[in-house]
Design a protein around this ligand. Structure first.
Ligand code: NDP
Ligand code: 8X3
Length: 254
């Protein structure tokens, strides 16, 4: 079996959680990694930790002009992206749709859906021209299984799932691969962002159970990216063993 060894990896949302872990994983395997996110200080620290083959670039994926400028301005040794990890994303709030904040919904749609397609659209033409590349999108179990308060967050991840499958269709015959990685609960800054920095609320999500770690997800991403070129892993769904499914809710009279 000849595995694929990515030369250049572009990670969005690399300042924390899955993005930082997957950066460490690819960097340890010898890849050059472009790391992007809004928090420049975090990116600088990660680049300093990992050495000269990591290029930190401040980027808000919601800004289409900035996405295009970053991708078109990549230095030659980082310009031929083999793997795009579309990881930047967030959940905001866990309230019901009837009281949720429209601003929170806008930010989730702008980041998780629009930012992801902006980055994909910017990087894809080069992959197709080289007939080589891999787009790895971060979906979620929340895109398949509903839960109270998941409303727009789950909707954005259902979009990511379907966009990934549709990309596969468009890329038919090009040699470019697409994978959607769909995790359940993993202990990162995700819940702290969801609850606007409320540490007690975030800690309560993982209390008394063993969530997955960012390294668990990085492993899955790295595995998908290093399969032989003739193998496309369409979807990886993974959950903490301690997380599973609830029965349907029934609203009873009285
Ligand atoms: P973290 O909050 O730890 O990391 C999220 C990353 O996204 C940060 O690096 C953040 O960087 C970046 N980000 C957020 N908004 C933007 C933006 N507008 N532009 C660029 N970067 C942005 O969470 P996770 O690592 O857990 O989440 C990563 C992905 O995995 C997300 O898409 C999330 O929805 C998904 N996911 C998470 C699960 C979990 O349980 N943790 C489960 C399933 C999916 P910065 O703030 O510096 O911009
Ligand atoms: C986040 C996973 O299970 O918290 O995408 O919704 S979960």
């Amino acid at each position: 079996m000849t595995t694929t060894q990515p030369g250049v990896v572009f990670v969005t949302g690399a300042s924390s959680g899955f993005g930082a872990a997957v950066t460490r994983r690819f960097a340890a395997a010898g890849a050059r990694v472009v790391i992007s996110a809004r928090r420049a200080d975090r990116l600088r620290d990660l680049a300093a930790e990992l050495g000269p083959r990591v290029l930190p670039l401040t980027l808000d994926v919601r800004d289409l002009a900035a996405v295009n400028a970053v991708v078109n301005g990549l230095p030659a040794e980082y310009a031929q992206v083999d793997v795009l990890v579309n990881n930047a994303g967030l959940a905001l709030g866990l309230g019901p749709a009837q009281t949720a904040g429209i601003d929170d919904w806008d930010r989730m749609i702008d980041t998780n859906c629009k930012g992801l397609v902006y980055c994909t659209r910017a990087i894809l033409p080069g992959m197709v021209a080289r007939r080589r590349g891999h787009v790895i999108n971060l979906g979620s179990v929340a895109g398949t299984y509903p839960y109270p308060g998941g409303n727009v967050y789950g909707g954005t991840k259902a979009f990511v799932h379907q966009f990934s499958l549709n990309l596969r269709s468009d890329l038919h015959g090009t040699g470019v691969r697409v994978t959607c990685v769909e995790p359940g609960m993993a202990d990162t800054e995700f819940s702290s962002v969801r609850f606007a920095g409320d540490k007690a609320a975030a800690d309560a999500v993982y209390a008394g159970m063993q969530p997955m770690t960012a390294d668990d997800i990085a492993d899955a991403i790295y595995w998908a990216a290093t399969r032989p070129a003739h193998v496309n892993v369409n979807t990886i769904e993974l959950m903490a063993t301690a997380q599973s499914f609830a029965p349907f809710q029934v609203a009873r009279d009285g």
